[in-house]
Design a protein around this ligand. Structure first.
Ligand code: MOS
Length: 755
């Protein structure tokens, strides 16, 4: 087998190096002109409209639905309730693996959370279905809702992050605290947040006998396909899912949700294609959310400002019927070196829909608290908060004892600080004013996110005309994944991107795994890289074994694939075009396959994370307490940069979400009714353009040969993690007031007036 090296450098060759170029999104024009066809835009002939009726209580049972009134509506075709919904082959309350979540599919009259679907009305128009749902006028036998972290005793969950132990430790935290010369003991709170993707969860489902065709947005098509197949007792190949575009996902489209399955059931019931789209307010319950946390941080420091102990205890809410536990303690496993670290999690059962992963699950909430506590520790030691971090950041993952696969964090701190101008920061809080009299504060936060990979497969084809085709069922949530993957696909075949067709977003393609955990580009990209490499090595075998080829006998030296030609590595002037090699061999095409297999030995020996540092400037109105973020500088090291434009855009998105977490987002649940009171984008606040400061994202170069052959880590989630703490710390620096509850609100800064 020849030694094959497709060219994957980051130099800007016009040909042969697509990776590293700042290409715009391949689907950008379709999207900005409104011609991208999202799942709900597909209208098969004869399609009916389904609307869910949802519970107005959080706990109890549905005592009555006026089905007759709904059915009397002239446009209503059918009303689906627990009495008539088609049978399923699997119990939606079964949980046969930790990645499977229980679904509400009208299996009984029980209500377990507000906005739980209790009926589906199917009609010949959206308006008729909506009116029909209103005519159901449900009556309930309600029981008191249990809402909030004090609503029940906490329990120790079986697992966090689905499969990790809930409690972990190294060393003796109590001894470390006892021997410390200064300590911090502080409790931080983060609220419930909802994913609020622009595109709601939607499905268009068509049955043809025992074959099912679905248009629905999915971050993990193959997982969804298998879940549907299991629920309906079908072979997976009978279920075809198309997910061409996603208008955001953020985790809530990672796994199939109940309402999507209700759309399939409705189509089965009426024997016609059915479309079901959730209303914005109906997304506050059955499709997951980020659950609230209360986090107690205890830190001990010695006289030199070194941590002697770090204890991170998390209390978080989950539902009464399933077990997603926000893994907020995870941030404390990786960021700081301390001889003693303990993390623990308690769950509290609430009458809420089951929480789910939401962008940077665990690290977002956990680092908000940890980075605030680290700042408090620095102040207790009389140290600059950046200097304190430089003294304490971990070079070896403290709990596992594994070294990090790179040490780029230090460079993130220094590059970020110098770009921001951090050295001019006064140590004391409330020491900077701008020309308008606003209080100015500067804060820093460390960013971290694991470099995860999943299983994936890809298929690559080199055609006789020298063009390529690469296929994998990858999902593009808007972040540009398809563009980045197409760049990798082109390089895997040694072709210009214009000569490679990239197909994705359908369940009949090889499984690209889940677009989650910031691992999609690394995962699907590795499968693509290997599939293209497989093609090239087959091609090279044809050429190097054939006397008529200028590459004959190059076996030992190897060949290089570039710009549609194979070159001898030891004499690049000797080359042959792909098309000529195929033609001489009489082949119309060559196919190759690849998987995302990781180097398990490396993963067992090394800790793999992306790192960063975020610097924030805020201005606070001394009279009103209003906070504005005016500058954010983030420096991130996340391995190979596949496309700097898209990577920067991911960092910006994460940092803006950090602004949102720190100052805006807060789902408010009425404790009496158990209903989210601001279930709409008018009152569930997210930043608008006017809230977004000047942003700078520095791409710190990092070559990591261990994470995967391409050296790619993830960029989707890390941007939130440093930013929330940086903003909270900047608010403290501006005002001298430490707010330990997110989002930081005007009323939290009321003490400004007294000062
Ligand atoms: Mo993400 S929360 O892994 O979509």
């Amino acid at each position: 087998m020849p030694d094959i090296t497709p060219i994957l450098g980051s130099t800007h060759l016009r040909h042969g190096s697509n990776t590293g170029q700042p290409l715009t999104r391949g689907d950008g024009l379709l999207k900005v002109t409104g011609s991208a066809r999202y799942a709900a835009d597909n209208h098969p002939a004869g399609m009916l409209y389904a609307v869910t009726a949802v519970a107005g209580i959080a706990r109890g049972r549905v005592a009555f639905l006026d089905i007759e009134a709904a059915k009397a509506h002239p446009g209503v075709v059918e009303v689906m309730t627990s009495a008539n919904r088609p049978l399923l082959a699997a119990d939606p309350d079964a949980k046969t693996n930790p990645f499977m979540f229980r679904l509400d599919l009208l299996q009984s009259d029980r209500v377990r959370y507000a906005n739980q679907p209790i009926a589906v009305v199917i009609a010949d128009s959206l308006e008729a279905a909506t009116e029909g749902a209103a005519l159901l006028a449900p009556r309930y036998e309600a029981e008191p809702a249990r809402i909030g972290l004090d609503a029940a005793e906490g329990f120790v969950p079986n697992a966090v992050r689905l499969v990790s132990p809930p409690n972990e430790h190294v060393g003796d935290v109590e001894a470390g605290l006892a021997s410390a010369s200064a300590t911090i003991d502080a409790t931080y709170e983060t609220p419930a947040q909802y994913h609020n993707a622009m595109e709601p969860h939607a499905i268009v489902a068509s049955w043809d006998g025992d074959r099912l065709s679905i248009d629905t947005p999915s971050q993990g098509i193959a997982i969804a396909q298998h879940r549907v197949a299991e629920l309906f007792g079908l072979p997976p190949e009978n279920v075809h899912i198309r997910s061409p575009f996603l208008g955001g996902g953020f985790g809530s489209k990672g796994l199939l949700s109940g309402p999507q399955v209700l759309g399939i059931l409705a189509a089965r019931l009426v024997g016609k294609p059915v479309k079901l789209v959730l209303r914005r307010d109906q997304m506050y319950g059955p499709v997951g959310h980020r659950s609230p946390t209360r986090q107690r941080l205890r830190l001990g420091m010695d006289r030199e400002g070194r941590l002697t102990a770090l204890d991170h205890h998390v209390t978080t809410a989950t539902s009464t019927f399933d077990d997603f536990i926000e893994p907020a303690g995870a941030a404390s496993h990786t960021l700081y070196a301390s001889p003693a670290i303990a993390t623990s999690h308690l769950g509290v059962r609430n009458d809420i829909g089951t929480p789910l992963f939401m962008r940077a699950p665990g690290e977002a909430s956990g680092s908000a608290a940890l980075e605030s506590a680290i700042d408090e520790a620095a102040w207790a030691c009389g140290m600059d908060p950046l200097e304190f971090r430089l003294r304490n950041y971990a070079e070896v993952e403290p709990i596992s004892g594994k070294p990090f696969s790179s040490k780029a964090l230090r460079e993130c701190y220094s590059e970020g600080a110098s770009s921001f101008g951090w050295s001019a920061r006064p140590l004391q809080p409330r020491h900077m004013l701008d020309e308008d009299g606003f209080l100015v504060g500067w804060g820093v936060g460390t960013a971290t996110f694991p470099a995860i990979m999943f299983q994936a497969e890809a298929r690559a084809v080199l055609r006789g005309d020298g063009t390529g085709l690469v296929e994998t069922s990858a999902a593009d949530m808007g972040q540009g994944a398809w563009t980045a993957l197409a760049q990798l696909a082109a390089d895997s075949l040694g072709l210009d991107i214009a000569r490679v067709e990239f197909r994705a977003g359908s369940s009949d393609l090889p499984d690209a795994g889940i677009a989650g955990g910031s691992g999609h580009t690394a995962t699907a990209g590795t499968a693509i890289h290997n599939a293209g490499g497989d093609v090239i090595s087959r091609l090279a075998e044809l050429a190097t074994g054939d006397e008529r080829s200028p590459l004959f006998g190059a076996g030992n030296a190897g060949v290089i694939a570039r710009a549609g030609r194979l070159h001898r590595r030891d004499d690049e002037s000797r080359s042959e075009a792909y098309a000529d090699i195929l033609a001489r061999a009489g082949l119309a095409e060559i196919e190759g396959n690849g998987t995302s297999a990781t180097d398990q030995a490396a993963r067992e020996a090394l800790a793999m994370h992306a790192h960063g540092a975020v610097f924030a400037e805020v201005k606070v109105d001394p009279d009103l307490g209003q906070v504005r973020v005016t500058r954010l500088v983030g420096a991130f090291a996340a391995g190979r940069v596949v496309n700097p434009r898209l990577v920067r855009s991911q960092y910006y998105g994460g940092m803006i979400w950090g602004v949102s977490f720190a100052l805006h987002e807060h789902a408010i649940t009425d404790k009496r009714s158990g209903r989210v009171m601001n279930a709409d984008l008018a009152e569930y606040h997210i930043p608008v353009n006017a809230d977004v400061p000047s942003l700078k994202a520095l791409l710190i170069e990092e070559r990591d040969p261990h994470v995967n052959p391409l050296g790619i880590k993830g960029v989707g989630e890390i941007g939130i993690t440093g930013t929330v703490g940086a903003i909270a710390n900047a608010v403290w620096h501006a005002t001298g007031i430490r707010v330990r509850r997110f989002p930081i609100a005007i009323e939290d800064l009321g003490a400004l007036h007294a000062a």
